[in-house]
Design a protein around this ligand. Structure first.
Ligand SMILES: O=C[C@H](O)[C@H](O)[C@H](O)COP(=O)(O)O
Length: 285
């Protein structure tokens, strides 16, 4: 269906059925992934392409929307805070902005990260990191999402980090979600719901997922199964429309073999939506 053809480390074209999508030096978050999780590029890029296909946005506008949302959220970070760092191309901008404030303003924070990639980025930027053993409660976590509904329920896990993200979000007094406007939806489910499953008897677990009325697809990394930072697999479950996210969340987590799923229910306190025209909208409950 598509081919990934790296032309150089700084320039890349992906040919697809519906045309071409380019990754260039203007797309710093994607380059971050290129450099840091090279073996995982195909599955990550596939999900990104799907989201671009869904919404037909200009990629430059989309990246700008992510940047302004990420930078706005960082205004909530204050001296002395313990901060959770999210994962993905939107969280990238928030981490960059925190790093800048640490360097330029001497902002005093201690951070934990929701993925190996985000931790590496934070360390590169000089953000002080703390061990999880020292965490009781974080003041604030800033993270992206794949979909946000009017109740502020979320789908997360497009980048494979849903389990660590949920653990960190659940240990945070405040969860700020940063998205571009394409993620703001009336109903969850167009984005395939990522479900993290243990490798043992995964075929059986996938059959049980299918019985819930979805089309589960095991996430791939090239010709290998994609493996999360926690050593598990991900089944991307195509529901198309999720009528009752609260019930589905509990049903999924009741299946033996399911570690957790990408539905974040009643977790987000504030959603910051960046738009291509440069405007920012905040939604809170
Ligand atoms: O596992 C990844 C996370 O849940 C991301 O926060 C989510 O996929 C959104 O990613 P992005 O900001 O790159 O669209």
């Amino acid at each position: 269906m598509f081919k990934v053809c790296p032309v150089s480390a700084w320039f890349m074209f992906i040919s697809m059925d519906k045309g071409a999508f380019s990754l260039s030096s203007g797309n710093a978050p994607y380059l971050f992934y290129l450099e840091h999780i090279f073996p995982n590029i195909p599955s990550f890029v596939i999900l990104k392409i799907k989201s671009f296909e869904q919404i037909h946005y200009n990629k430059g506008d989309l990246m700008e929307s992510k940047r302004i949302a990420g930078e706005k959220a960082v205004e909530f970070v204050k001296d002395g805070m313990k901060v959770g760092l999210g994962t993905g191309s939107t969280a990238y901008w928030a981490i960059q902005a925190i790093g800048r404030r640490v360097k330029e303003e001497g902002l005093q924070v201690q951070a934990v990260a929701t993925s190996v990639q985000s931790e590496e980025l934070a360390k590169e930027l000089g953000i002080p990191m703390m061990p999880f053993a020292d965490v009781d409660m974080l003041d604030l976590t800033i993270d992206g999402a794949d979909e946000v509904d009017p109740e502020l329920h979320l789908i997360k896990g497009g980048g494979g980090a849903l389990l660590r993200e949920k653990i960190v979000a659940a240990a945070s007094k405040q969860l700020i979600i940063i998205v571009d406007e394409s993620k703001d939806v009336k109903q969850l489910g167009k984005f395939p719901l990522p479900v993290e499953i243990v490798p043992f008897a995964y075929e059986l677990t996938v059959k049980k997922l299918k019985k819930l009325g979805c089309e589960p697809k095991l996430r791939m990394n090239g010709d290998q199964l994609y493996v999360t930072d926690n050593g598990n697999y991900i089944a991307d479950c195509h529901f198309d429309a999720i009528a009752n996210p609260v019930e589905l969340h509990d049903t999924l987590n009741g299946i033996p073999g399911v570690v957790d799923n990408g539905l974040f229910i009643h977790m987000a306190n504030l959603v910051i939506v960046g738009s291509a025209d440069g405007s920012i909208r905040s939604i809170s409950k």
